[in-house]
Design a protein around this ligand. Structure first.
Ligand SMILES: *Cc1c(COP(=O)(O)O)cnc(C)c1O
Length: 364
């Protein structure tokens, strides 16, 4: 690395005590507690990316006129660190996250953080906070949240001139504390997540803000996730608020909605397609209509449905509900392919299964 990207490390003067940390690591709650440090890299139009550093976790003092508060110029990522049995710490396909963050940044007119800086920021944070990476029992990991925000205080509507990239990290247990019970999914018929030529493919806060009303509606109807349909015709499945979706057919083949610019390019999705194809099973990326889901799931032609993402890994899906109908059985047994692909993916991530695609990236 060149001198300009050497990280300065300023250790926290108030880290958690060993007892406090161990209490948190014993039963981590997703995204509730954070490690002792954070990464900060600043950007200005004049200097480019500069002043990379690791410092104590803590609040950001910001001008209330900062652009991110008003126009949502923001992107983020989600990626995990896995502790292996020998104590080493790895992350998974991190260069894919780096590249996706660059694409998201481009779409939201933010500056693109070079891949090398992205990877180094994860490494630097783990070097100081490695004691926060839990033992792997119970699928525990350290979840990184890299994000980039517009810092300039100016109310004009234009791309800002000052930005910050930060990484914070939270020890997490299984995303679904109630265990691997199939989740119920609310089909949003009154709102869409992303439209053609919009920001659906970017990991940006606005997409989530747009999903929350439907999420609230779903929750009131006993569903923990929302399925969005295409905005144009409201006919085809897109994805959940933060996860991609797969359908397994009785004859063995697998279908997932094709990436059309409105669906987030999940790295878990991509990895699963690869793992399933490695088994000689056909995976189709194509349009799937709600009618196909309804008919297939009700008739048994579709035998398994699962959702996937870094945070939740792979989670079996039970029933779908909308304001008009209920599709499928409430509590089906988690599907066979769902569970075996889940085991294989977690096995690779935690170093129990050979990493034949070189997906692991050693952090320390
Ligand atoms: C992050 C995200 C996913 C999953 O992506 P992974 O790279 O697998 O974590 C899926 N859909 C949406 C909307 C997301 O934001």
């Amino acid at each position: 690395m060149t001198k300009s990207v050497e990280f300065k490390v300023i250790k926290s003067d108030h880290p958690a005590t060993r007892e406090q940390r161990e209490a948190i690591l014993e039963k981590p709650v997703f995204g509730a507690k954070f490690t002792d440090h954070q990464v900060i890299i600043e950007y200005s139009s004049e200097l480019g990316w500069h002043s990379p550093r690791v410092e104590a976790y803590g609040p950001i003092m910001m001008d209330p006129a900062s652009a991110v508060f008003h126009y949502g110029q923001e992107v983020f990522e989600g990626i995990k660190a896995y502790r292996h049995a020998n104590g080493s710490i790895y992350t998974f396909r991190a260069e894919q996250n780096a590249m996706r963050m660059q694409k998201s940044a481009h779409r939201l007119a933010l500056p693109e953080l070079p891949t090398e800086l992205f990877l180094e920021s994860l490494r630097q944070l783990v070097l100081v906070d490695h004691e926060w990476v839990p033992d792997p029992e119970g699928e525990r990991t350290l979840y990184f949240r890299p994000f980039e925000i517009a810092m300039e205080s100016f109310l004009g509507v234009r791309a800002a001139n000052f930005y910050e990239f930060r990484v914070i990290a939270s020890p997490v247990g299984s995303y679904f504390p109630s265990g691997l019970k199939p989740v119920q999914i609310w089909i949003s018929l009154d709102s869409a997540r992303a439209g053609k030529y919009g920001t659906g493919e970017a990991k940006t806060g606005g997409n989530y803000a747009a999903s929350l009303l439907a999420q609230t509606e779903g929750k009131a109807n006993g569903c923990s996730q929302v399925l969005f349909l295409d905005a144009e015709t409201h006919t085809y499945l897109e994805e959940l608020g933060g996860m991609n979706i797969f359908l397994v057919y009785k004859d063995g083949h697998v279908v997932t909605p094709e990436l059309d610019g409105t669906i987030l390019r999940g790295i878990t999705r991509d990895s699963i397609i690869q793992l399933i194809r490695d088994r000689g099973i056909k995976v189709e990326e194509r349009q799937v209509s709600l009618a196909e889901l309804r008919d297939g799931y009700n008739s048994g032609e579709i035998s398994e449905v699962f959702a996937c993402g870094t945070a939740a890994v792979i989670t079996p899906v039970g029933q779908f509900k909308s304001k008009n109908e209920v599709i499928g059985k409430e509590n089906p047994e988690p599907g066979e392919l769902t569970m075996s692909i889940r085991e294989e993916l977690l096995g690779i991530q935690f170093g129990r299964v050979a990493d034949r695609h070189n997906w692991l990236v050693k952090l320390m």
